[in-house]
Every structure is written in C-alpha cells, then in structure tokens.
Design a protein. Structure first.
Length: 308
C-alpha cells in the first residue's frame, strides 16, 4: 500500500529532488508557435467515452484509469492534425504513451504525417522506494533504471515515439509546436514552472489541448489548479475524467513576458489560496472536495517553507 508519506516523497523527488531545489534559469529561445499561423481546431473535444481501446494498451502497468487512456487515444486519433507534435510528459511505464501511439496510428491522416517520431516522451525512468512491491519486484535496487521495461512495453511503437530519459529540465525540447500536451511530471512547483516556460510556450492558440493528469487525482499537487486558474484567461476547461485527468484547450496566446516569469514563486500565500479556492468552486461534490483538500495541503507545505 502506498502511504501519503511515501507518495509525497515521490512527488518531491520525482524530477528535481528536494523541495528547495529549483532548476536554473534557462534560455528556452523562441517557441515554434510564436508568430506563426495554424489551422483552426475542429470541435473542442471529440467524443471519447465509448471509445474501444486496443488490447495492447493494457500491456503497461499504470496508475491511470481507463477514462484517461480513452481521452489520450481519442485526441491522438481524432484531434491531432499533424501540424505539431505530442508531448507525453511523465510516461512512467508507458500507460500514457501506448494510447497516444495507438491513437496516432489510428488517425485517418496518419499516412500524411511526417515520417519521424511525433510523440516526445519524458521521464526519469528511475526506481523509487514507493514503486517497489507495486510496479517492481521486491529487491529491485533503488535508483536503478526501468527504461528497459518501458521500452519493452512500447515495443512496436518506436517509430512514432522519441524517448527522453532523465531530468526534464535538461532534456531536448521538441522543435515543432505542441498540439497535445499530457502532463504527469509536475510533481513540484519548480517543475511546474519549467513546464509552463518550456511547453506552454509551444502550444498553438485556438487548438492545443493540455491534459493535467494529477488535477483531480489526489491532494498533493495543489500548484496544478493554481496554475490553470492563474492562466484562466488563456485556457478553457473542455472535459475531464471522473478522477485524475482534466483537459484544457489553449484559446489564446500567453504573452511571452508572462511565460518567462517565475510566476508561482512571485505569488503570496494569500494569492495562492485565493486561486486554489476559485479553481475548486468550478466543481461540485467529490471533485470539489479533492480540490479544496489540495488547496489546504499546499498551504501547509508553503507554511513549512516560510512562504510569504
């Protein structure tokens, strides 16, 4: 059983390590979506709830529920146009990669797409304590790589997947704009800030979809609803799974100066609390309860950091 303590340890360590660690300021250059014209998107969100998933998608163990994989498969199959790429940020054992890859190959226009990998998958691929006995056998060495397991799970999809192992803040970024951005690696607000700077800047206004996998999953990533509420003028909430993933459409371009800011670090505790409350009030019942708990847990974490 995964305890809150062990899971929160994972959240803190997954991509940068300790809570106080932060990536250095990076020159991310000019994003490929800035100043270019793109084809307007089709319907905001294709129907996905009755989607039949290929059996091969079940090959990889995952924390995702079927609904989340249906969303990814359907977006790759019916929404992706080929004018950009897909980012699979936090792929773990392949539970997100497989529906994206199979959906892409089921796309009616697949034959017209560039003959190069269109899915960019990122993860540390490092065994952590909480995963042993759940996803890896007892006795698996800590900090060992599970990249080989991932590669085995996605066998047959290598032609459409470009795999990037290691610290995402040091990884190669896609040269193309991003049509579909799946996020399951923002396990700390510093990583979240990097995702905003590096990936939001590559989104296509009026078209790109962002899937925040941890938004409705648990209470330990409170910076995610705060982030999407902070940028609420630039996104619309279009759909969601019962738990976990929430889908946002990027409706207009975020100013470059705003993207370059370390926005979360500049917010006060009161501002963060207010944004968390506003995000929670968009929901009802269990989902609202989850987001209020997320807001309150984040407040406790910030207090322990003597946040202003």
């Amino acid at each position: 059983m995964v305890t809150q303590a062990s899971f929160f340890t994972r959240l803190k360590s997954k991509f940068l390590g300790a809570v106080n660690d932060a990536p250095t300021k990076l020159d991310l250059g000019t994003a490929p979506s800035q100043g270019r014209q793109f084809t307007p998107s089709p319907d905001p969100m294709p129907a996905w709830r009755d989607t039949d998933l290929p059996a091969e998608i079940g090959k990889a163990q995952t924390m995702m529920v079927k609904e989340e994989q249906q969303i990814l498969f359907t977006l790759a199959q019916s929404y992706f146009t080929g004018q950009g790429c897909i980012v699979d940020a936090g792929c773990f054992l392949g539970g997100s990669t497989l529906p994206l890859a199979h959906g892409l190959k089921a796309n009616a226009r697949f034959g017209e797409f560039d003959k190069e990998p269109l899915i960019f998958s990122y993860d540390l691929f490092v065994v952590e304590p909480w995963t042993i006995g759940i996803y890896f056998e007892t006795g698996t060495p800590l900090d060992s790589s599970f990249l080989d397991v991932y590669e085995s799970n996605i066998e047959g999809q290598e032609d459409v997947v470009s795999v990037h192992a290691g610290d995402v803040t040091q990884a190669h970024l896609p040269e193309k704009p991003i049509e579909i951005l799946f996020i399951d690696l923002s396990k700390h607000w510093t990583i979240n800030n990097f995702v905003v700077q590096a990936f939001f800047s590559r989104l296509i206004p009026g078209h790109s979809m962002v899937i925040q996998q941890d938004y409705l999953y648990h209470e330990w990533n409170g910076w995610l609803p705060v982030t999407m509420e902070y940028f609420a003028d630039y996104f619309e909430l279009v759909d969601h799974a019962t738990v976990g993933s929430v889908v946002f459409r990027y409706i207009k371009e975020i100013p470059e100066a705003e993207l370059k800011r370390d926005f979360f670090a500049e917010l006060t505790k009161a501002e963060i609390h207010a944004l968390g409350t506003k995000a929670a009030m968009r929901w009802q019942n269990t989902q609202q309860t989850t987001l209020l708990a997320s807001r309150d847990h984040l407040a406790e974490v910030l207090a322990s950091q003597n946040w202003a």
